[in-house]
Design a protein around this ligand. Structure first.
Ligand code: ACO
Length: 323
């Protein structure tokens, strides 16, 4: 008997503070028209000074557990995708486990930047398929605003904070049908924060502790790579693109999303778009978009959808999921 993982429930959380493009016009040399035209973003949420990634993660986790009807103590696994953990260690997943009172289960973080949620889902899916876990909590949670240089117009207009989560359960019915994870570290310098723990002293002296990006280079690679991974996902499952009900893409830029939708011949009303209201929330963007569409009734039980993401590394990945 084949075991699959199924999404039992979704949840998400956005910080209260809204920062509009007009707010950014007062901070850097930019305009609402430029940001909307080049990215599709109108506003983003930014965490309060006393609100951290773990706080965001906890709220999304509780929403997802409620939706799934799962008690935290039933969890066998917690995987948090984050680029912006509260501490160097313990992992955000361990801190979250304690907050939820889910003692004893495996808990760890994965770091694949904007592809983080797809990676976390891929890992958790393997745990469930192998019988190692029956119930898993998978999250993307970010306070990306903390690694942004708010005087750099090239990057500060793009990102926001938020969190999203799913609860997976073992099932004889699919579920997550396949996950596809890739990386090419040769492109590390295209999109990075040059500071790490080990290099902190050296790099901080140069003042480079924030996101640096070759925007057009990332854009070109994202469009071509996401097109390829969509093909890989469909071919692996022997399905035609016409069978897809929804695309739930990483929300970086509306033009990247439109290019992937075009490749899949999907009209934009079958693509979940939240980038206008959320900006790019990195690992949180896909589960945030998914939860939005589940809660507003667009994605229904039985629907077939693809998630796909691209981010720093470069990393990229996708999954085909029957809700
Ligand atoms: N406001 C006004 N002008 C700006 C701004 C801004 N916020 N930012 C850049 N510009 C200027 C540039 O300085 C440049 O001016 P110049 O021609 O005088 O030098 C001009 O606008 C055009 O800049 P480009 O970089 O060529 O503009 P482009 O159309 O490529 O759009 C963007 C830039 C939006 C960053 C785009 O390249 C992009 O979205 N890239 C993908 C980046 C991304 O999504 N990164 C997120 C992480 S990875 C991921 O999640 C996929």
């Amino acid at each position: 008997m084949t075991i699959y993982s199924r999404i039992l429930g979704t949840g998400s959380y956005l910080p209260e503070k809204v920062v509009s493009n007009q707010d950014l016009e007062r901070m850097v040399d930019t305009s609402d028209a430029w940001i909307r035209d080049r990215t599709g973003i109108a506003e983003r949420r930014i965490a309060a000074d006393d609100e951290f990634t773990l706080d965001l993660a906890e709220k999304a986790a509780r929403n997802a557990l409620d939706a799934a009807g799962v008690d935290p103590q039933e969890l066998d696994l917690i995987v948090v995708a984050t680029t912006t953990p509260d501490r160097v260690f313990p992992s955000t997943a361990c801190l979250l486990q304690s907050r939820l009172g889910a003692k004893g289960c495996a808990a760890f973080d994965v770091q694949a930047v904007c592809t983080g949620f797809v990676y976390a889902l891929g890992v958790a899916d393997q745990f469930v398929r192998s019988g190692t876990a029956k119930k898993a909590l998978v999250l993307g949670a970010e306070t990306f605003s903390r690694i942004i240089d708010w005087t750099d117009r090239n990057t500060c207009v793009l990102f926001g904070d938020g969190s999203g989560a799913v609860v997976l359960g073992a099932s004889e019915e699919p579920g997550v049908m396949s996950t596809h994870l890739h990386a090419d570290g040769d492109y590390a310098d295209y999109l990075h924060v040059p500071t790490g723990v080990s290099t902190a002293r050296a790099v901080l002296e140069e003042g480079r502790a924030y996101v640096e990006m070759n925007g057009p280079g990332v854009f070109r690679m994202a469009v071509s790579t996401l097109g390829r991974i969509a093909d890989e996902t469909l071919e692996h499952n022997h399905i035609d693109k016409s069978e897809l009900d929804w695309l739930v893409p990483h929300q970086a830029n509306i033009r990247i999303i439109q290019a992937t939708a075009k490749k899949l011949d999907l009209p934009m009303d079958r693509v979940i778009v939240t980038v206008d209201k959320h900006g790019n929330t990195s690992a949180a963007s896909i589960p945030l978009a998914l939860d939005t569409a589940v809660r507003d009734g667009r994605i229904k039980r039985g629907d077939l959808f693809m998630i796909e993401g691209f981010g720093g590394g470069f990393t990229w990945g996708s999954a085909l999921i029957r809700y």
